[in-house]
Design a protein around this ligand. Structure first.
Ligand code: FEO
Length: 415
């Protein structure tokens, strides 16, 4: 049973050079990535082939319909490589989106040595009950494929699983970076950054940030360490396991990742994410007044309603923004349940450093604020004085809220 059901799967073969190739698989599915994150624009799963005297495949794809396996074999054959004769399978990371068909691979190619970190080898044994033909490589270890193709492995733990490594081809300056620098979004017949229009690149920029916020955010200190570790390499091309291959604007994606890592450590853009829920419109009325104040200060903002908006996008906006508004009513003497869920996701993703204003209405005795205070007590947030009102906000409440919006916007602007 695949970890998600593929509805449409498209595969192509691209040459990065006469010795390096990419087989990106576009996956379109109604299922959720990792069982949590929506991918309405699909996602690509990129496998790479390195040809020296010997051949190595880098990363696989998830479990899939049998036709995909046949497509991979056909793609390899098109560049003169017999799938069954592959010498090595390098697994930078063992998450099943890149290893789901490992058992099938092993059955069809019993000779290839499977290479991973020691932690990766342990996962291969426990997840796939494969015990032979495995090689654990250490940080900095090399693999000579012949014909000048010498691969080097660098451990980058927790980007984003503990066993993760990247593979470096010094002869071409190519970094096979695994999930790092990847994005959601199907490639739809192109691969390289210089093949996409500005509009398309903007789309992938958003999908890269969303991928980072959803998948990598908790490990931002490791991202910084990993990039620092790789800084001595003269990188000409970045080949992630999802999304665009970067060969023209390598610095762009490196800088972008460092910026995302800074969000993960508590910095943010001078923007405000407003996450709100309202049962009968009273909290929404208060939110609208608050927005008037924010607009008066000219600070950019985004709004997300819970539970209507997807948590994947909510998390991304919150991750990126220096300011945060959480607007919700009391519901059965406690927080509005969809907001409680969103806040729990923020906790699990270690969202920190935000300047936060919580507002909302209540009917009888309140209770949301008490539960909220307990929920965020351990968060590294700058919590501004909250504001609540009973029922419909009175004109004086709306005036206070507009003023609070101004104050929050000023803090964000000047922060
Ligand atoms: Fe794309 Fe963490 O696997």
């Amino acid at each position: 049973m695949p970890f998600f059901e593929i509805q449409v799967l498209v595969m192509n073969m691209y040459a990065l050079s006469d010795a390096l190739f990419c087989i990106p698989v576009d996956v379109h599915t109604a299922d959720l990535f990792e069982g949590i994150w929506t991918i309405p624009n699909g996602v690509s799963l990129n496998t790479y082939l390195v040809k020296g005297e010997k051949t190595a495949l880098i990363d696989l794809i998830q479990d899939h319909p049998p036709a995909a396996s046949e497509q991979v074999q056909a793609a390899l054959k098109s560049v003169g490589v017999d799938f069954a004769a592959l010498d090595y399978l390098i697994l930078n990371h063992l998450e099943p989106d890149h290893t789901g068909w490992l058992r099938e691979f092993r059955e069809k190619n019993p000779r290839a040595e499977i290479i991973a970190t020691q932690k990766g080898v342990n996962v291969i044994k426990s997840f796939y009950t494969i015990d032979t033909g495995l090689r654990a490589v250490k940080d900095g270890e090399t693999l000579d494929l012949g014909n000048g193709k010498m691969l080097t492995f660098f451990e980058v733990p927790n980007i984003h699983w503990p066993e993760t490594m990247v593979t470096w081809d010094a002869s071409s300056g190519t970094l096979f970076s695994c999930d790092a620098f990847g994005s959601f979004g199907a490639l739809n017949g192109r691969l390289f950054d210089d093949e996409f229009s500005e509009t398309e690149l903007l789309f992938f920029e958003k999908e890269t940030l969303r991928y980072y916020a959803n998948i990598v955010a908790s490990f931002s200190s490791f991202v910084e360490k990993g990039i620092q570790k790789l800084s001595a390499l003269n990188i000409a091309c970045i080949c992630p396991s999802h999304g665009i291959v970067w060969r023209k604007n390598v610095k762009t994606i490196l800088d972008r990742y460092l910026r995302y890592a800074s969000y993960g450590k508590g910095q943010g853009e001078k923007e405000i994410a407003l996450v709100w829920g309202s049962m009968y419109g009273n909290t929404k009325k208060g939110l609208d007044a608050l927005i008037k104040g924010i607009e008066a200060e000219g600070v950019p903002y985004s709004t997300h309603r819970v539970p209507d908006d997807d948590i994947s996008y909510i998390l991304t906006s919150v991750f990126k923004s220096a300011g945060l508004v959480l607007a919700m009513p009391t519901y059965e003497y406690a927080m509005f349940p969809p907001m409680a869920y969103a806040i729990d996701i923020f906790r699990r993703k270690h969202i920190q450093g935000k300047t936060v204003l919580r507002i909302g209405s209540w009917g009888w005795s309140g209770g949301a604020q008490k539960e909220y205070d307990a929920a965020v007590a351990q968060f590294k947030w700058n919590n501004l004085e909250p504001f609540e009102w009973t029922g419909v906000p009175a004109p004086q409440d709306l005036a206070v809220l507009e003023d609070r919006g101004r104050s929050l916007a000023r803090i964000v602007k000047e922060g």
